[in-house]
Write a protein of this length. Structure first.
Length: 367
């Protein structure tokens, strides 16, 4: 499920062997400029001092080759030094590890034919330098008191802790409400599975709730990265709400997909995540992605039982797959478990009686 935003679209990353993806580079840039880092302290000091700045971080050989003049320094990096150097007009060049300041008052001269939609001189230069090199280029607007970070032409704007926490609070409410709804839906789904009366409409609604939860969790993780040292408590809250739902989501997809492999489950999740709300709530579209044709909302769907079996304490890692391979489906297991528990024993299930009793307890019955 795609989240709407105001940021410009990310340019397509060119695949290179050993090269970091665009998302990885952006995540590194976010963490490097998060509260609690020396670079963020320098940027906050520059804003407070009503100054502007242009800072190139990393890929220093390429950066230095794209400009001239300035003062060679080769001094250790500190926030105070960056602040003082920002009082000069040119760019500040620092290493990727933020340990050395190589050049100050440096005149950058990137290729003017490189495309950019930026308007201000400083922002245009920053955007083009980020396209020309692998450096993270930071532009501080003296007039607007805004810090923009450029990675390969993509720009994101730094937010204050207060601004980030406003988004965090909204996402935490969404996570809490969605998790409550999902827990209720999964309990109901387990009962329906044991009754062998799950419809396509039932699983469509649960998949939708899973996707809402995971989308909100993903957005919250981005906020946690932005918060840096201020995000520990929020990270703990995220873990509390998400818990083991990530694994349970995969198991449910495998339960109902025509191809139940782990690889296919990941591919299906990616397709769900890319769908809009209308399609994600369409039983026909969900059935198609799961690999089925001509399925209606009221069509009965028979689960393998991986998700339900994973919730039984005596079913250890990898054992659920063996049980499913032996019986074929949760319903077949329920039909045979009381009559022939030794069949479970033969595939390595210890205490098959406890497994049977646990499943019947979930069903609301006793073996």
């Amino acid at each position: 499920m795609e989240a709407e935003g105001t940021e410009p679209s990310r340019p397509e990353a060119q695949p290179q062997t050993g090269a970091k993806s665009m998302d990885e580079r952006i995540k590194e840039a976010v963490k490097a400029t998060a509260p609690g880092t020396s670079l963020r302290l320098a940027l906050d000091m520059i804003i407070a001092g009503n100054l502007g700045a242009l800072i190139c971080v990393g890929d220093t050989d390429a950066v230095l080759a794209a400009g001239n003049d300035g003062f060679p320094l080769n001094i250790s990096f500190t926030a105070n030094r960056v602040f003082e150097l920002a009082k000069m007009d040119g760019a500040i060049v620092v290493d990727k590890g933020l340990t050395q300041i190589y050049r100050a008052n440096f005149h950058l001269d990137p290729d003017p034919s490189l495309p950019t939609s930026e308007t201000g001189m400083r922002h245009r230069t920053a955007a083009r330098m980020s396209l020309l090199t692998k450096a993270v280029v930071i532009s501080v607007s003296e007039r607007r008191h805004v810090v923009s970070v450029f990675v390969n032409g993509y720009r994101f704007q730094l937010r204050t802790v207060t601004e980030i926490m406003s988004t965090v609070n909204q996402l935490l409410v969404t996570l809490q409400n969605t998790r409550q709804q999902l827990d209720h839906s999964l309990l109901r789904l387990t009962t329906l599975e044991l009754d062998n009366y799950v419809t396509l409409g039932d699983i469509t609604e649960v998949f939708y709730q899973f996707e809402v939860l995971m989308t909100a969790a993903g957005q919250l993780q981005k906020c946690i990265d932005e918060l840096g040292s201020e995000g520990k408590t929020v990270d703990m809250q995220r873990d509390e709400f998400v818990g083991d739902m990530d694994e349970e989501y995969d198991l449910m997809i495998r339960d109902y997909a025509l191809d139940s492999s782990e690889e296919n489950a990941k591919a299906i999740r990616a397709k769900f995540h890319a769908m809009n709300n209308k399609d994600l709530r369409s039983p026909k579209r969900i059935a198609s992605i799961l690999g089925y044709d001509d399925r209606g909302e009221d069509s009965i769907m028979t689960p393998l039982g991986l998700r339900t079996l994973s919730r039984v304490s005596v079913v250890h890692e990898g054992m659920a797959d063996k049980i499913v391979d032996e019986f074929g489906s949760l319903q077949e297991l329920m039909d045979d478990i009381e009559e022939d528990p030794s069949r479970l024993d033969s595939i390595g299930v210890k205490n098959p009686t406890i497994l049977a009793d646990s499943l019947y307890r979930m069903w609301g019955k006793r073996a």
